[in-house]
Write a protein that binds this ligand. Structure first.
Ligand code: AMP
Ligand code: MG
Length: 343
């Protein structure tokens, strides 16, 4: 269902990018943009000011990360780890850093995020687009291989028990956002917009000093459900509408509950996370979708350090207090007054 990804990105660009293009501050209107297909999606990095070299470095960084992290590319480190047959492999610093962070997020989310979900994701056909509904027995067997606590990472040395396979698809784009944002800052870029599929990562404010306006896609339509205004933040959405297939009148999507092996059906249409760290936003958008609204609220109360926008199956919007003043419903959702969670 890849065709849904581009419209999602365009939705985000319309609000985030085009607003910027119309920014009145003429002297800052100069920008350098790179575009590429990577990590199974369309990506665009726009650095404001004269930063051609930085933009090209950003493109190289994303390409290099994809080459390390892809689960299907036979030359990637993840592919090598998944085919090592129980032997240890040496990881690059980037892969090790991402995996270490991802494992910590698997732990803190109580396994709602589980980076060893790959055997199950593959059985559903989500990595190949050869979709199928696996039998319950098959899923039960595959789930025996899903357990992030069996991943051993000592420094850069990774050991996976035979049969355990990694899929960093829930966190790789978020990590790429963090790396590219850091690289651009090192290169002296003060204002940049990273559109990495459905992940948005902002460096600084818009060039005119105002906040970026990032759209949250309407899961049921072509437009947006809301707009959140941010600076120096990542905004990452996970939703069942992003990749799915239908069979016998039932819809099956790509976000899997590691407890059951089936697509997570928790009464949510999408989860958007707003925080500084892209990899955290990416991990939590997937994990909170798996948790569902009640557990997501509990998790937020217990851990904090991020804000969320939940679009529920019943058409309600639930947001956390940190974005109360920066979020506005939009389009078909404009008449909703969000429920605001407070500590
Ligand atoms: P995202 O689009 O960031 O929510 O990530 C979804 C992708 O992560 C899927 O396409 C799978 O490759 C993988 N995935 C699905 N469910 C999980 C899960 N519960 N934990 C970790 N990765 C998952
Ligand atoms: Mg994610």
């Amino acid at each position: 269902m890849r065709r849904y990804i581009i419209p999602l990105l365009l939705c985000l660009c319309l609000l985030a990018g085009c607003d910027t293009a119309r920014a009145p501050n003429e002297e800052n209107d100069q920008s350098d943009t790179v575009e590429l297909m990577a990590m199974d999606t369309f990506m665009r990095v726009t650095a404001y000011g004269e930063h051609r070299e930085a933009a090209e470095l950003a493109k190289d960084e994303i390409t290099a990360l994809e080459a390390l992290l892809s689960v299907t590319d036979e030359g990637s480190e993840i592919y090598a780890a998944n085919h090592a047959g129980g032997k240890s492999v040496a990881l690059s610093d980037d892969t090790a850093a991402l995996l270490e962070r991802a494992l910590a997020l698997c732990e803190s989310t109580g396994g709602a995020l589980d980076v060893t979900i790959y055997p199950v994701v593959r059985a559903w056909g989500f990595t190949t687009d050869k979709f199928r509904v696996p039998e319950a027995d098959e899923l039960a067997e595959l789930l025996e291989r899903v357990d992030y606590t069996r991943v051993s990472l000592e420094g850069n040395t990774l050991t996976l028990p035979a049969g355990v396979e990694l899929d960093l698809g829930a966190v790789a784009k978020g990590y790429a956002g963090d790396r590219v944002a850091a690289l651009l800052r090192e290169q002296g870029v003060e204002n940049a917009l990273l559109e990495l599929g459905g992940n948005i990562h902002t460096v600084g404010s818009k060039p005119d000093g105002s906040l970026w306006r990032v759209a949250v896609t309407d899961p049921a339509g072509d437009g947006y459900a809301g707009v959140v205004e941010v600076a120096d933040k990542a905004v990452v959405t996970s939703g069942g509408y992003e990749r799915y297939f239908e069979q016998h009148g039932e819809t099956y999507w790509h976000i899997i509950d590691p407890a059951t092996g089936y697509p997570a059906r928790t009464g949510l249409q999408s989860v958007t996370i707003v925080a500084e760290e892209g990899v955290k936003c990416d991990a939590l958008s997937t994990a909170l979708f798996v948790m569902g609204p009640e557990k997501a609220e509990k998790f937020w109360r217990e851990t904090g350090g991020f804000d969320f926008i939940l679009l529920t199956g019943g058409g309600e919007i639930v947001i956390t207090e940190g974005i109360e003043d920066s979020f506005s419903p939009y389009g078909a959702w404009i008449d909703q007054s969000p429920t605001v969670l407070r500590r």
